[in-house]
Design a protein around this ligand. Structure first.
Ligand code: PEP
Ligand code: MG
Length: 762
């Protein structure tokens, strides 16, 4: 019960009673404005509030007072607030409720004399939400100081759903105004995005979230609704099982694991209970699902934790599915009826939703949210569907039927591109397809320069599904297996048995070709969803990689144990990331030696040969080069991290991208020194950062003396073509001459060399 003892606000019966009254209003054949007025009056009466006001969002991000009971009538259609302005604007901009006993002293309070609201002390408002979008704000106010209860906020939220349907009906404001950006759908635009699954795509926008229109929001008989919910839940789970079964055989174990975790969420009692609670307030089952989804979306806005965000995104996916079952629609209505080249556009998406779409016609996906570790991204990579995420403003700017270009090479999306851009992309995609065919045809050709220098080309991998790329590209092995990826896609720490299975399957898939397993490199941008850690000021330079492994040796021991078991009877290559001090390398190697001894004592089959390497990523290692080369069996330069530390430039910061060139004399000198130090100690040096996969940069690396490069699989073909067209001796002479000049522009001059000497730079 609330403090003022209102009969209808606090308990479930009250909420139900209020909904019933509102249903009577909705059933009357009245113009929308009259209905809105009636609704305001009914809410005020039922919630014992002196004021109930309804603000509707108009074009230009303005909230207009559309109906009020209790404020001055002349303020209707006159009082307008910007989104973000005053308490009402604050609710709209954050899409979250606000309940204040003393509203006038709140810093956001904006006084509007025409309303006469100075009389009212307490204030409760909720957003009017539909499909994740704010359509308005619903407010009640009281003269006296009143502490609104959580139940009252909930009741108001429930009623706001009815108001949302009334607003979306298009009678109060035109439907075109309900799209928040004016001028939508006319001009071409370029949006920045982040590549979550690589590739290029060209097609027609299909909005993922079909607008589900709920005609029945209020129900008389909660028991009947709960029964409907149970039936729909069972039907949904059955359909999900069928869908997931069809996926067997697609991709590797991680992709399966993601889908299984998602399936488990359908059994989540908490979720089902929240829907039942909403039904008990008087909503139909489908409206109750929508209510829980609205709440969840509001929570999503506040939550930073990637694990929780992921779970909420998955639950949203399940909620949509459940609603379709309640409404008698089996699947996404348009999922099997796509245009020939469809690009799905969504705020976010669960992993199974992607599977609903017709794979033949689905060319790409773009999400307003989404991160590289999101479940949908993992599934997209497994299915080889280009996916761009983190695309701010997407949902406000795209309309169904717009043409779209996803440019995964340059982290951008073109909206309604001009004919010129479309043609450029179409021809570059054709050329790319042709080149890919040529690379496949050349995959068995040796990577040898024109003057006879053989180069070892390896791939970087992180998932089991990457391993077949060895055969597809003809690479010599896996130069970097990022073991943390297995940890990132799991929902708990993989135990020794699970890790052993993964490493064993990687070695099986490699079929005798070397695989360099890098021990866990978590921290920085690589987040384990189930491991909650304190936020760090500078995570890239924080508690990550080998530092964590040495501070939590049990984790490292387990990982090494799994590797030793998986490699029994075969070669084992282990590499430690982010070594800053040789002592760290010694400590990690000692743990490995102890594990080997343990395996020996237990009579297990040991790896045939064990090679232990260090990643050269921290500049401090430059002054310990002799020591590290004496200790390690090999060194791999992690140029991504090394460059970020050398230039003090965050590798993930888009603003700094391209500002510091790894082809600058300073960085090349550093890499050259590392290579020479390795040669002096007769220890192999490789490079596994992004540079290795860029034809021009890789060409420079060869001139510095590198003979082994590890890269993303799609780069193997182009790099092999570059090598086979290069006279390395000539390039080295050219670079030596450049070294005599002051401040040469290495990039332009190397590009000119390639052009003049017919080096294939794709
Ligand atoms: C690197 O830093 O260059 C590297 C290969 O490691 P990662 O990109 O995984 O940090
Ligand atoms: Mg690194």
């Amino acid at each position: 019960m609330n403090q003022s003892g209102g009969p209808a606000g606090g308990d479930l019966t009250g909420a139900r009673l209020l909904l019933r009254r509102i249903r009577t209003v909705m059933a009357r054949n009245l113009p929308a404005q009259r209905r809105l007025d009636e609704i305001a009056r009914t809410i005020a009466g039922a919630m014992v509030a002196e004021v109930c006001s309804i603000y509707v969002l108009r074009a230009g991000e303005v909230l207009e007072l559309f109906a009020t009971e209790g404020l001055k009538a002349e303020a209707v259609h006159l009082t307008r607030l910007r989104v973000g302005e005053g308490l009402v604007g604050d609710i709209a901009s954050h899409a979250r409720p606000l309940a204040l006993a003393d509203a006038q002293h709140h810093p956001q309070f904006a006084y509007r004399p025409e309303t006469g609201e100075e009389l009212f002390q307490s204030f409760m408002g909720v957003p009017v939400l539909r499909g994740g979008r704010v359509l308005g704000v619903l407010v009640v106010q009281n003269k006296t100081r009143r502490h609104y209860t959580e139940e009252e906020v909930e009741t108001l939220e429930t009623v706001a759903m009815v108001v949302a349907e009334l607003v979306a009906g298009g009678e109060l404001v035109g439907r075109e105004e309900l799209s928040p950006v004016t001028g939508i759908g006319v001009l071409p635009e370029r949006l920045e995005a982040q590549v979550l699954a690589p590739g290029l795509a060209l097609g027609i926008a299909v909005l993922h979230q079909p607008d589900i229109t709920l005609t029945q929001l209020v129900a008389e008989d909660p028991l009947k609704e709960i029964e409907r919910l149970d039936d729909a839940m069972s039907a949904m789970k059955l359909a999900l099982d069928e869908l997931l079964e069809q996926q067997d055989g697609t991709g590797g174990g991680e992709h399966r694991e993601v889908l299984d975790t998602y399936r488990m969420l359908a059994e989540d009692r908490g979720w089902a209970n929240r829907i039942i609670e909403a039904i008990e307030t008087g909503l139909t089952a489908e409206a109750a699902v929508q209510k829980v989804q609205n709440d969840m979306r509001a929570r999503m806005r506040e939550i930073q934790d990637p694990y929780l965000r992921e779970r909420l995104a998955d639950l949203e996916d399940l909620g949509n599915r459940l609603q379709r079952h309640l409404l008698g629609q089996q699947e996404l209505p348009h999922a099997r009826d796509l245009p020939d080249a469809a690009i799905i556009v969504a705020r976010n998406m669960g992993p199974a939703e992607l599977l609903d779409y017709d794979r033949q016609r689905l060319k790409g996906v773009v999400l307003e949210e989404g991160t590289a570790s999101s479940h949908v991204a993992i599934v997209a990579r497994a299915l080889d569907v280009p996916l761009l995420g983190h695309c701010a403003g997407l949902m406000d700017k795209v309309q169904a039927g717009d043409s779209l270009v996803l440019d995964g090479d340059n982290d951008q999306v073109f909206l309604r591109p001009s004919e010129d851009i479309l043609q450029v992309f179409a021809s570059s995609m054709r050329a790319r397809a042709l080149r890919q065919e040529a690379y496949v045809a050349d995959r068995d050709l040796p990577a040898i320069t024109l003057d006879g220098v053989a180069i070892n080309l390896m791939i970087n991998a992180g998932l089991l599904i990457d391993v077949p790329q060895l055969a597809a590209t003809g690479a010599a092995g896996i130069g970097l297996f990022r073991t943390e990826v297995t940890f990132m896609v799991a929902h708990t720490f993989p135990d020794v048995a699970r890790q052993r299975e993964v490493y064993g399957r990687v070695l099986d898939g490699a079929g005798g070709r070397p695989v360099v397993f890098r021990t866990l490199d978590i921290g920085s941008d690589k987040v384990l969803p189930y491991w909650h850690r304190d936020a760090e000021e500078n995570p890239a330079m924080g508690w990550r990689a080998l530092r964590i492994s040495l501070d939590r040796p049990a984790m490292l021991r387990q990982q090494l144990r799994a590797m030793i078991r998986a490699a029994g009877g075969r070669d084992l290559h282990v590499m430690f990331p982010m070594v800053a001090l040789v002592d760290e390398f010694d400590d990690a190697k000692q743990i490995l030696d102890l594990e080997l001894q343990r395996a020996r004592d237990k009579g297990q089959e040991l790896p045939v040969g064990v090679r232990v390497g260090a990643m050269f990523e921290v500049p401090a290692l430059y002054w310990q080069m002799e020591e590290i080369f004496r200790r390690a069996d090999f060194v791999s330069v992690g140029s991504n991290d090394l460059a970020q530390f050398v230039f003090a430039a965050d590798r993930g910061n888009a603003q700094l991208q391209g500002r510091y060139d790894p082809l600058s004399p300073a960085f090349l000198r550093l890499v050259g020194d590392i290579v020479r130090a390795g040669q002096a100690c007769s220890k192999p040096v490789s490079l596994c950062g992004e540079m290795a996969g860029d034809a021009l940069e890789a060409m420079a690396l060869l001139a510095l003396g590198l003979r082994s490069l590890s890269m993303a699989p799609p780069s193997i073909g182009p790099i092999r073509a570059m090598i086979r067209s290069l006279d390395l001796g000539r390039l080295q002479a050219h670079m030596a001459a450049l070294g005599q000049q002051r401040g040469p522009d290495m990039r332009s001059s190397l590009r000119a060399f390639a052009r003049d000497h017919g080096v294939a730079l794709s």
